[in-house]
Design a protein around this ligand. Structure first.
Ligand code: SF4
Length: 329
């Protein structure tokens, strides 16, 4: 399915030793809103995916083995070089993303080992199409996991090349295993935005835990999906209201900075105090204490928090000599 793992005369061969993309930018862009807010996330990815979403925003890397128009030049690199580079850039965590990290999990684990030795946290940005076996393999090495829950309709998942149930099982498994989970849903008119579907989807998340943050983000045309029109702020607000009625406590609307009311900010679920103010992925105000507690009622916020908040750095550009440095290992 993924076209990157194969049986070579009885030996399993898996990708290792290269990146198809690497970037260092705010963790809020992943999006993680309850994982070290304001920190830099060092993101790396390989090529390939087990799904083939027609709206994929990372299609250049994810569909590199399916689509002759896709493809990014791989650069050879070692886990040590990546972890050292993440440190040099001031990253707080390293993130396997851009392609589907579950299909290149052996490589991610080797990078994460080096990252952890240096005190960095680790995360996946993933479609969640995993098995208990791969999750057990990954579990000792990962701190946070963002699952892209694309729909609550098995027929839609089959159109993309997967099934719904394994994604739901992954979310439950990760939460039960103590991995910090956030979920994102790209809201697409006519694809996944019916009231019934949104009630089912958000009700499922709330059934796992009401404290799992749900990011509902705005679709814009991309890759092969040239219809329907872009998702509006009003559509996001409606979906957020349904999520609220389902019992979720942390609901965020994305890709529409300044146009979604209070849905970019974090509020204390106990007393209602605003504890983090955002504009898009930019943090405008941070008020949690050193243990990640509300400054007003002292309730513990769910997530992973810094002992102190440092002014946010919004990007660390990669210069031509950086690329050279990463490619010579
Ligand atoms: S699962 Fe993610 S990376 Fe893979 S095709 Fe779909 S959107 Fe792209």
């Amino acid at each position: 399915m993924c076209k990157v793992r194969f049986n070579d005369r009885g030996r399993l061969r898996v990708p290792w030793g290269y990146v198809g993309g690497v970037q260092c930018d705010p963790v809020e862009k992943k999006p993680f809103f309850h994982v070290y807010p304001g920190a830099l996330a060092y993101s790396f990815g390989m090529l390939g995916c087990d799904l083939h979403c027609s709206y994929c925003q990372n299609w250049v890397t994810s569909q590199a083995l399916r689509d002759p128009h896709a493809g990014a030049m791989p650069r050879d690199v070692t886990p040590v070089a990546l972890a050292d580079d993440a440190m040099r850039r001031g990253a707080r965590l390293v993130v396997s993303t851009y392609n589907e990290p579950l299909i290149t999990v052996e490589w991610a684990v080797d990078v994460f080992r080096e990252a952890r030795v240096r005190g960095l946290a680790t995360a996946f940005v993933s479609n969640g199409n995993g098995t208990p076996r791969v999750l057990e393999f990954l579990r000792p090495h990962i701190d946070a996991y963002k699952v892209d829950l694309k729909s609550f309709d098995d027929r839609r998942y089959r159109e993309l090349g997967g099934r719904l149930q394994p994604i739901l099982d992954t979310i439950t498994w990760l939460h039960d295993a103590g991995v910090w989970v956030e979920i994102v849903t790209l809201l697409i008119a006519g694809f996944n935005d019916s009231e019934k579907e949104l009630r089912g989807l958000t009700g499922f998340i709330a059934g796992v835990s009401r404290d799992i943050p749900w990011h509902v983000t705005a679709f814009h045309t991309d890759y092969r999906m040239t219809e329907p029109g872009d998702t509006t702020p009003e559509m996001l607000l409606r979906a957020a209201q349904i999520a609220r009625e389902s019992g979720l406590r942390y609901i965020y609307a994305g890709n529409q900075p300044g146009r979604v009311g209070d849905l970019e900010h974090t509020y204390c679920a106990s007393c209602g105090e605003r504890v983090i103010t955002r504009y898009g992925y930019l943090i405008r105000d941070y008020r949690l204490d050193e243990r990640g507690c509300c400054p007003s009622c002292r309730a513990q916020m769910p997530g992973r928090w810094n002992s102190h908040f440092e002014p946010q750095r919004t990007s660390v550009p990669f210069l031509p000599h950086d690329r050279t440095r990463l490619s010579v290992f």
